[in-house]
Design a protein around this ligand. Structure first.
Ligand code: ZN
Ligand code: FE
Length: 254
């Protein structure tokens, strides 16, 4: 049976590890050490490495991992990924026979220019694009690109489990409450996620349905979000891309 477990790296990164009784695949191994420790403790053989984008906190461990075992390395075709052997982009699929899973690749540029997501087994691995109650910064792309990428992810089924790259949830909820103070679902989410963190547990995965109900970056047509964006800008806008750009900018300064 397939299980998905978080292996922690750095301060707040998760290396999502897909495993059965004998094999494992890892998503965004920014560090090798915690992954190697987990694999040896659990007596698992590495089967594949999947990268969502080129930032060091997501790919920094790849070279050391493939040195221990030459597994396929999947990653965005148009980004510099160490030891990349299987460049992929939207329309491609990723099959990991040892785990009996298939993923389809979705192009989601914005945080980086060729950032990708992996979608399969009811799960979405979205790196630093969609976060729990937030979204990634625009380092290499435009607000238009990021908005379109988030809209693509938003179209997946509500029950899709969202596995993002960082534990940023509580800080993101703090910002979301400022943008949309009257959203009761946010209060509930905050109470639950505070309990999880107090117990030392990840707030992830969330579900896409939850994100649609609470994540301001997926709610750019909500009147309350539009109103807050207008107050922040001191201007009257309604276009969802401009609303998105305004709250992304606001979050940078929050
Ligand atoms: Zn990143
Ligand atoms: Fe990151």
């Amino acid at each position: 049976m397939l299980r998905i477990v978080p292996v922690k790296a750095f301060k707040d990164n998760y290396v999502w590890t897909l495993r059965n009784a004998t094999h494992a695949a890892v998503v965004d191994p920014g560090e090798a050490r915690p992954v190697l420790d987990y694999l040896s403790r659990e007596r698992l053989e590495l089967a594949a490495i999947l990268a969502t984008h080129h930032h060091p906190d997501h790919v920094g461990g790849i070279a050391e991992l493939v040195a221990t075992r030459p597994v396929p390395v999947y990653g965005p075709r148009k980004e510099p990924i160490p030891a990349l052997t299987r460049p992929v982009s939207e329309g491609d699929s990723v099959r990991i026979p040892e785990l009996g899973v298939d993923f389809s690749v979705i192009d989601i540029p914005g945080h980086t220019r060729a950032h990708i997501a992996y979608y399969g087994a009811g799960s979405l691995f979205c790196g630093d694009t969609l976060f729990a109650c937030g979204c990634g910064r625009l380092f290499e792309g435009t607000a238009e690109q990021m908005y379109a990428s988030l809209q693509k992810l938003r179209a997946l089924p509500d029950e899709t489990k969202v596995y993002c790259g960082h534990e940023y949830t509580l800080a993101n909820i703090g910002f979301a409450k400022t943008v949309e103070p009257g959203n009761a679902a946010l209060e509930q989410r905050e109470a639950r996620d505070q309990r999880l963190r107090a117990a030392g547990k990840p707030t992830l995965p969330s579900t896409l349905g939850e994100e649609k109900a609470t994540n301001p970056f997926l709610r750019c047509l909500e009147p309350a979000v539009v109103e807050s964006a207008n107050k922040y800008l001191g201007a009257r806008i309604a276009d969802p891309v401009r609303v998105f750009a305004a709250i992304r900018d606001w979050k940078n300064r929050f």
